[in-house]
Design a protein around this ligand. Structure first.
Ligand code: SAH
Length: 336
């Protein structure tokens, strides 16, 4: 059965042929309050509730498994209506706030050499409703979610229309009402997506997976570099900074003996100059069968102290979600 999630009130009105437009708005609003059945929408007439129940379901996907780790992080595997699966991760920080890491696609086309999702290949885009369902299911399981990062499976800017729609509904006070500043889109560097975000009235945060500031090296591990070279990426980021007057983040996956040498740091310094950016260092999470290694503590400390000396702003990310294979680059379901 179809769902009405992800549709605007006008689209709902057209689909279900209600005469009074406020009815569609009531339904739209109710969909995001956590209801499990249309019977709970008691402010609409009984016949309409019955019509909706016979033609639509609230959710189209269902929770398949949830794995918790000792830090209170949780990976959800969600079965979609066509039998494919998607995954999202709920991360708890020390003071009880919860962030959900949401997927935008099943699989991914970007083929980054270090990422597990890449091995799945690309299956399909998630609809705006399916993107929202991850949030709704996440809230059912974990309680209130205060932040969203679009950092799960897939490349958000490769599914931009559905993403935009989902974000509008997440942000809408008549629906979920989550502030735009509480949402972060992480991209492998799709320039038109960055420019579109720069022009958007919403104050959504941006994270760019850099991973190397050396053109050749980045191209080796992130094929998207051939399409959007570093120079173009930087121009887009300067534009973003001008339009939004806002700091953004680079993600930099630390790979032993690959992107942690002096020439890498020099290139990183050059690339970050003129940008108001925080570099988020993520020690590479092991993905079986890949020719990479995780750096040890000592390598990481040496790298960080060199960044300190150059005055490059960075944070070192804890390996959140690692215990449930929900850490960065570890999302991919095994076929059953
Ligand atoms: N396509 C988007 C979002 C998904 S990847 C993007 O590229 O940003 C989310 C983050 O995980 C990216 O920063 C990526 O560089 C990082 N990542 C991927 N595989 C990883 C791994 N095995 N270990 C650590 N980080 C990884």
């Amino acid at each position: 059965m179809r769902s009405l999630l992800g549709l605007t009130p006008a689209e709902i009105s057209e689909l279900i042929h209600v005469k009074e437009s406020f009815r569609a708005k009531q339904i739209y609003h109710a969909l995001y309050t956590g209801i499990e059945s249309f019977d709970s929408i008691t402010n609409i007439p009984l016949v309409l509730r019955q019509q909706l129940s016979s033609e639509y379901s609230i959710l189209t996907s269902k929770m398949d498994t949830s794995l918790d780790d000792e830090d209170g992080n949780c990976k959800l595997r969600i079965e979609l209506s066509d039998g494919l699966f998607t995954e999202c991760v709920i991360l708890s920080d020390g003071d009880g706030r919860k962030t959900i890491c949401i997927s935008s696609q099943v699989g991914c086309k970007m083929a980054c050499a270090f990422c597990r999702t890449a091995d799945m290949g690309f299956k399909r885009n998630l609809t705006s409703g399916e993107i929202l369902e991850q949030f709704l299911i996440g809230q059912k399981i974990a309680g209130k979610l205060s932040n969203i990062v679009f950092m799960g499976m897939g490349e958000p800017f490769d599914n931009i229309e559905n993403l935009k729609k989902a974000i509008q509904i997440l942000n809408d006070k008549n629906a979920i009402g989550l502030g735009a500043r509480r949402m972060t889109i992480s991209t492998c560097g799709i320039v038109p997506g960055i420019l579109a975000l720069a022009q958007s009235p919403l104050e959504i945060r941006l994270a760019v997976s850099l991973n190397s500031a050396i053109e050749e090296k980045r191209r080796q591990i992130m094929p998207i570099t051939a399409r959007y070279p570093l120079k173009e990426l930087k121009d887009a980021l300067i534009q973003f900074q001008e339009d939004k007057n806002k700091r953004f983040t680079f993600e930099y996956v630390l790979i032993k003996d690959f992107n942690m040498g002096d020439e890498d740091i020099k290139a990183l310094r050059y690339f970050t100059s003129g940008l108001s950016v925080l570099v988020n260092l993520i020690p590479w999470n092991t993905v079986e069968g890949k020719p990479f290694q995780t750096p040890d503590r000592k390598d990481i400390n040496v790298f960080c102290s060199k960044l300190d000396k150059l005055g490059i702003n960075y944070t070192l990310r804890r390996r959140k979600g690692f215990g449930v294979s929900g850490a960065c680059g570890q999302l991919a379901y095994k076929a059953r």
